[in-house]
Design a protein around this ligand. Structure first.
Ligand code: ADP
Ligand code: MG
Length: 620
């Protein structure tokens, strides 16, 4: 008796993408199936050491590959944890991870772009349908009696029936497509395993038939011999000594570990002995993982205890701002039955984590010595690194040193250290402005005041800047200040406006206030602007807004003070006019154009344009 099931819509979508986008790199299907087998062995390995019911079980983990050139079949077997009927349905028929779903819906449909993306994202079990017409998965869950077979041609449906299987674990039979039958060959399989699965920490055996000839001439006989050979070293690379390993070993391990076809940018291999004994192997990828900015991103670090896999689902193994790191932590001191729930509080792990963060930041500092290499790193991971400014107090100074900024003087990638070295003697603070994009920031009228003094302003337009930068009070004992805040502007030593000038603008300011009403907090005169107006916020409000954002609320729009430049020709001419209508219209226009510079848009575009037309007409 077999039961028919249909694949979830997303699976069909995934299968479709896989077949049409990844076809140039079909061989990775074997990497994915071996990685699943290895995960299944990891899980059972852990249970035989921690679960009372499985403790007496004899368990010698293996992965075994067989093939038949004539039948064009390939078989991958493991004696791992296995799957029961429900698990076959939920693991091989649905996509449980919400991240995967939203990943799929975010794909553009552009095959080239998508195939790069989909390569980064672990393609998993379904990649087997790139090379096969039919797949049968037979599985028996450890500790259970029944075995089940799952069968599908990857076209919308699969069937499940009861089957026979002696040992626990999973056997996958692949019926290769005609054009992919070359995978059913000893050399092909050995090559792929060497390339991607050399350091899977379990033995991978290959069964093959060895054909020999004996005798001479008419007596020549063909002798066939069934052979079984281990084709990987099965060593946990992170436990090996550095001098035993070549760059290639690290690169290849990374590719299979991170399911990434691009080489890692850097790796950091550490073996520590002494009070604590542990090994870590971390990789910095070249390209950010696709889920880097998703709330449900997948952790890239696996925890092992004495080579036994414990978890790959603990986001606290490294701080969140290092979530792009891939790698392994293997401790000799943690107990095997350490509860996954309380891992975070474990003292040993806290120590390993702190040391690991130092190591990783140190390696990033090394990359930063090479400007070009660091730019590549920074484009991918700079924003994430910034998050560390408010979560990792201890390493704040280190992280600050790793940041790079654009500035009002046209720098693209300047560090705070370089900024500081360039500061004029009389400059007391480090100035920054945060906005929607760099173009708008560069056009901000407030910057003129800084230009006049020869001061440089850091320009920031990453979304995360608004959250983190205001929490940085100082760098190397120099305070950081928001350049457009009125408190900061005072510090620049604004010149006083002469009383008679103030008086000559009285009427204009009164009409402007009447016209703009609640839109602005105040309207004041200023001398050192070359633009007619600037909008200036205050620090108190900026801090409030940040607090609100940190609590997940969108702060209300903040009213700003409008500064009028007393020596700008527009205002010079306008101040003596008796035409009240013209004054009111100009008030709106100046305000709207200041807003435009700030945010790139005006609220009532129609009104704005009508008003502009009306004013132009008047002048003609
Ligand atoms: P992932 O490995 O990222 O979870 P896959 O598509 O590769 O995604 O596999 C889906 C799931 O199917 C796995 O999480 C696992 O639960 C199950 N699975 C796949 N292969 C095996 C296997 N050989 N033994 C046990 N479970 C397996
Ligand atoms: Mg997998």
């Amino acid at each position: 008796m077999s039961k028919k099931h249909t694949f979830q819509t997303e699976i069909n979508q995934l299968l479709d993408l896989m077949i049409h986008s990844l076809y140039s790199n079909k061989e990775i299907f074997l990497r994915e199936l071996i990685s699943n087998a290895s995960d299944a062995l990891d899980k059972l390995n852990y249970l035989t050491l921690t679960d009372e019911r499985l403790k007496d079980m004899k368990f010698e983990p293996y992965i075994e590959l067989s093939f038949d050139e004539k039948k064009k079949t390939l078989i991958i077997e493991d004696n791992g944890i296995g799957m029961n009927e429900e698990e076959l349905i939920s693991n091989l028929g649905t996509i449980a991870k919400s991240g995967t779903k939203s990943f799929l819906s975010s794909l553009s449909g552009d095959k080239k772009k998508d195939s790069a993306l989909i390569g980064q994202f672990g393609v998993g079990f379904y990649s087997v349908f790139m090379v096969s017409d039919k797949v049968i998965v037979q599985s028996k869950k450890a500790g259970e009696d029944k075995a089940y077979a799952w069968m599908s041609d990857g076209k919308g449906e699969y069937e499940i029936s009861v089957c026979k299987r002696e040992t626990q674990g999973t056997q996958i039979t692949i019926y290769l497509k005609d054009e992919d039958s070359s995978f059913a060959s000893r050399w092909e399989i050995e090559n792929i395993v060497k390339k991607y699965s050399e350091h899977i920490p379990f033995p991978i055996y290959l069964n093959y038939t060895d054909t020999k000839f004996e005798g001479e001439g008419d007596n020549k006989k063909e002798i066939k011999e069934e052979k079984k050979e281990q084709i990987n070293t099965a060593k946990a690379i992170w436990k090996m000594n550095k001098n035993e390993l070549k760059d290639e070993d690290y690169k290849e391990f990374y590719k299979s570990f991170a399911h990434d076809n691009t080489e890692p940018m850097k790796w950091i291999h550490t073996k520590t002995e002494g009070t604590l004994e542990y090994s870590t192997l971390f990789f910095i990828p070249q390209v950010a993982p696709f889920d880097l900015y998703r709330v449900d991103y997948k952790s890239g670090v696996k925890l092992y205890v004495k080579r036994v896999f414990i978890t790959d689902d603990d986001k606290e193994l490294l701080p969140q701002y290092l979530r792009f790191i891939r790698g392994v932590i293997d401790s000799e001191d943690l107990p095997l039955n350490v509860s996954r729930e309380i891992l975070q509080q474990n003292k040993i792990l806290v120590n390993i984590r702190a040391a690991s963060v130092k190591k990783i930041l140190g390696e990033i500092e090394n990359i930063a010595k090479d400007k070009e290499a660091y730019e590549k790193f920074y484009v991918q991971f700079g924003k994430v690194l910034k998050e560390g400014l408010y979560s990792d107090y201890e390493n704040k100074e280190k992280i600050l040193n790793l940041l790079r900024f654009a500035t009002s003087k046209g720098e693209q990638n300047i560090s705070l250290k370089e900024y500081k070295e360039k500061m004029p003697k009389d400059q007391k603070s480090i100035y920054y402005m945060i906005g929607q994009n760099l173009e708008l920031l560069k056009a901000a009228p407030v910057l003129e005041k800084y230009h006049q003094k020869g001061y440089e302003v850091l320009l920031m337009a990453d979304e995360v800047d608004g959250f983190v930068i205001p929490s940085v009070n100082e760098y190397d004992k120099i305070p950081l200040k928001e350049a457009s805040a009125s408190e900061t502007l005072k510090e620049l030593g604004e010149e006083m406006i002469a009383p008679e000038i103030q008086k000559s603008f009285e009427n204009l300011i009164a009409v402007f206030k009447e016209a703009l009403g609640d839109e602005v907090k105040d309207i004041i005169l200023s001398v050192s602007l070359t633009s007619p107006v600037a909008l200036v916020g205050d620090e108190q409000n900026a801090m409030m807004a940040n607090l609100m954002r940190q609590m997940g609320q969108e702060p209300p729009a903040q009213k700003k003070t409008m500064e009028l430049s007393s020596n700008h020709p527009i205002l010079q001419k306008l101040k003596d006019t008796q035409d009240k209508e013209l004054l009111i219209d100009t008030a709106y226009l100046l305000y709207a154009s200041a807003k435009l510079l700030e945010s790139g848009s005006v609220e009532n575009a129609k009104e704005f344009s009508n008003l502009l037309n009306k004013t132009i007409l008047k002048t003609l």
